[in-house]
Design a protein around this ligand. Structure first.
Ligand SMILES: [Zn+2]
Length: 444
């Protein structure tokens, strides 16, 4: 791949081990990697002028259900609590198929990329009408996004006392077989990987204890990561105490669901003992502040988690419960929410951005991403700070206090995928048109 020099950025926020911030600096990209960072570097290829821009590592999204971009703001679910909200949406999702999965994933990815995100995970836990995990993997390949899809699953349907309709759940044997199939077919463990597959039963209340345990054993056998929803709200804790006789942290630990190869979404209701367990075991957290607000779940104790040494990243969560997939606004919301619960000094704009970049990469086990340093992957976001959002700012690098909510340019694996605010890899207006046509069909 040809060399690209990003030249003369106002500010480069590296998020490297020393958290260096450079002014008037250049970044050289070659073969998908950052090969040089400095001032006044000579150009040997394509040059991207970055005067008037802040450069950050690409943001990392650690929790999403991309398929839900097709069911944003559904009237019956707009103001419902979590369980009621799910019951409104399940019948609509049961009509999805491969096309819906592909197009909705691409819409979600494009929205993420425009908001600075270069690496996203996805949690796809329903496979109606022939839909498969690779529908989303193909969408990621086409749009050029670094992708960590997870093979989710639900096995306890209405007839077994669960929440989802029976048509959306699968037999546990089939789930495990398909987990093996997608890991063998699509997981790439190598450095610089563009696709790593994880295993992700939807939540402790939608699969059996046996499947939770078997998925953990399979993940260790295959060397892939584990992901699920945990301790999202008070109902979730009450359910765990009633059905399992213990809190979610204990349940997770008993079934092999702790360790640095595991990350849990939400964790709003973790108590101090559980926070300590996560810190000791290296278990990661995907904090989803907008979704927690949207569903009234509460404020996750992120300050306490970080102070205890828990690895925390950010997630926009499914678009049906956010309803947007804007990573930089998610980071701003994370900062604001900690301040609501703990005061204005609880989280700085830079710390929230660190969680959104380096933190997310650590959660996903990617020490090759999430920071700007020589030898790391060339995933970068360029933020134009000459516009109205930054006018009058005394610290243009404090992007989350005053700054744009969309990138000017975005690079993934050294390839420019957003230029001047436009996605370069797909015909986005056409993708949006297809998405809206599918949404209209589903609404009939
Ligand atoms: Zn979720």
């Amino acid at each position: 791949m040809p060399e690209i020099l990003i030249r003369n950025a106002d500010h480069v926020l590296t998020m490297d081990d020393d958290r260096r911030e450079l002014r008037g600096a250049d970044v050289r990209l070659r073969d998908g990697m950052i090969v040089e960072i400095g001032v006044g570097l000579a150009s040997e290829g394509e040059v991207v002028e970055a005067a008037g821009c802040v450069v950050t590592p690409g943001l990392v999204n650690t929790h999403h259900h991309l398929y839900q971009t097709l069911t944003r703001a559904v009237p019956g679910g707009q103001d419902a609590l979590l369980f009621g909200w799910l019951q409104t949406l399940y019948p609509i999702w049961s009509r999805f198929g491969p096309d819906e999965m592909f197009v909705s994933a691409q819409v979600g990815m494009a929205e993420l990329m425009l908001s600075g995100c270069t690496l996203t995970s996805d949690h796809l836990y329903l496979y109606p009408n022939g839909a498969r995990l690779e529908d989303t993997i193909h969408a990621a390949r086409e749009i050029g996004m670094r992708f960590h899809p997870t093979r989710g699953a639900m096995s306890i349907g209405e007839s077994d006392g669960g929440l989802p309709p029976d048509s959306l759940v699968e037999r546990e044997e089939d789930i495990l077989n398909d987990m093996v199939r997608v890991v063998d077919g699509f997981h790439d463990a190598s450095e610089g990987s563009m696709c790593r597959v994880g295993l992700a039963p939807c939540s402790p209340f939608s699969v059996s204890r046996g499947l939770m345990r078997d998925a953990a054993i399979l993940a260790r056998d295959k060397g892939v990561m584990l992901h699920t929803h945990l301790a999202e709200n008070d109902e979730d804790i009450a359910y765990s105490l009633e059905k399992f006789g213990c809190r979610p942290g204990q349940y997770a630990e008993d079934l092999g669901w702790t360790g640095d190869d595991v990350w849990h979404a939400h964790c709003v209701k973790l108590d101090m003992q559980e926070i300590d367990l996560f810190a000791r075991s290296g278990t990661g957290v995907a904090h989803c502040p907008c979704s927690n607000c949207r569903l009234g779940s509460g404020i996750a104790p992120v300050r306490q988690m970080r102070d205890a040494g828990v690895t925390v990243g950010l997630g926009v969560d499914g678009s049906a419960s956010n309803d947007t997939s804007n990573m930089v606004l998610e980071a701003r919301q994370a900062m604001l929410l900690q301040r609501v619960s703990q005061g204005a000094d609880a989280m700085s704009a830079r710390e929230a951005l660190e969680i959104a970049t380096r933190g997310g990469a650590e959660v996903l086990g990617r020490d090759d991403c999430g920071q700007l340093a020589v030898g790391k992957r060339a995933d970068l976001a360029l933020w134009d700070v000459t516009g109205i959002e930054s006018a009058g700012s005394w610290d243009s690098a404090a992007l989350l206090l005053a700054g744009p909510s969309r990138v000017r340019d975005l690079f993934i694996e050294g390839r420019q995928v957003v230029r001047d605010g436009h996605v370069t890899t797909v015909d986005l207006p056409r993708v949006i048109e297809r998405q809206n046509a599918l949404a209209r069909q589903l609404a009939q």
